[in-house]
Design a protein around this ligand. Sequence first.
Ligand code: ZN
Length: 86
Amino acid sequence: MNNPCQPITTKTWKRVSFARDCTGYVDDLEELGDICSICTLIYFDDCQCPGPTEDGMEYKTFKGVLMARPDPTMTETVNNEQITNE
Ligand SMILES: [Zn+2]
C-alpha cells in the first residue's frame, strides 16, 4: 500500500464561489453583492467559478476552503498531480 490519501488534483480544483461572498454592488439596492469575490466578474453573468451545488461536480474542502471540480467518475480528464497536505 502506498499513499492512503486519494490523489488530489490541484489543477482542476477550483474554488467555489458563494453568492454570500460576493463583493461590490452593481445595483445598490441589492442586499448581496454581485461581483464574484474570486474572479471579480459579475456572479450571475460572467463568473465561471463553480457554485456550491452544481450537478456533475465533486466537492472537497481544502484548509477550510470549499473547492470543486468536475466529478472524476463523469469525466476522463482528471490528471493525477498530487498536492502536499501537511
Ligand atoms: Zn467567479
